[in-house]
Design a protein around this ligand. Structure first.
Ligand SMILES: *[C@@H]1O[C@H](CO)[C@@H](O)[C@H](O)[C@H]1NC(C)=O
Ligand SMILES: *[C@@H]1O[C@H](CO)[C@@H](O)[C@H](O)[C@H]1NC(C)=O
Length: 214
């Protein structure tokens, strides 16, 4: 797995290489949930505050997604900044609180600057505030933006010809909101990866969602 991440990014596997290349490798390690790769990339000089060319830091990604507690711990130990928000102004501590992940909130709490809109700045205060916020109906524009960001990220990887990581990134976008376009895009990735069966299955799902598409 790790060798795959390095293989796909061998051109950037030097501490002074372009941020985009290493950022892509780091995001690949996150998408594949490889703690070992992430540690190696950070030791090799990857910027812990930059996941890709998009405004999404590795801490924002890991706290927003869930199941990444060990990654969060390591990122914080490596000096990742927990005060950089996501594209909507949510800090990692709020993202962890929304998922009700006490362990991550506890790790982030001493390192996060108080948020003025949360009056009761304590671990319990943050979690109950986040629960209150997420009880509100999901803002449609916010969902549209999330979808657009995920798709843009996957398209970016596709253009870098990193089809394996791009395919994974389209999968993440599909989990949020499936669409014919996303299935078509992932199908193409799979085709380029010689995964004929996977490409066909995605092409069929694309067709189901938009039968009139040629
Ligand atoms: C603030 O948090 C403390 C401890 O969690 C709690 O006892 C208190 O009631 C909270 N105050 C407000 C105004 O929510
Ligand atoms: C994704 O699919 C759409 C619809 O088929 C296409 O227009 C677009 O070029 C594709 N994007 C990539 C990066 O392949």
């Amino acid at each position: 797995l790790c060798s795959f991440v390095f293989y796909n990014n061998y051109y950037s596997w030097q501490p002074n290489a372009t941020v985009v290349g290493i950022g892509t490798a780091l995001m690949g390690a996150l998408l594949y949930r490889s703690l070992k790769c992430m540690k190696l990339l950070i030791k090799g000089g990857a910027d812990v505050n930059r996941g890709s060319s998009l405004p999404m830091t590795p801490l924002v990604f890991t706290t927003g997604w869930g199941g990444y507690t060990n990654f969060v711990k390591f990122l914080l130990k490596s000096g990742a900044d927990p005060n950089i928000p996501d594209a909507y102004g949510n800090l990692p501590i709020e993202l962890a609180a929304k998922r009700d992940c006490m362990e991550e909130v506890e790790m982030l709490f001493p390192l996060t600057s108080p948020i003025p809109t949360i009056p009761n700045w304590s671990i319990d205060g943050i979690i109950s505030h986040a629960k209150f916020e997420s009880a509100k109906p999901l803002d449609g524009r916010q969902l549209e933006q999330t979808k657009a960001t995920l798709k843009a990220h996957a398209d970016h990887l596709f253009r870098l010809k990193d089809y394996k990581v791009a395919s994974k990134a389209y999968g993440v976008a599909i989990d949020v909101a499936p669409s014919a376009t996303l299935y078509a895009n992932r199908s193409l990735c799979k085709l380029l990866l010689d995964d004929g069966e996977g490409a066909l299955s995605d092409a069929l799902r694309c067709r189901m969602l938009r039968p009139n598409w040629v």
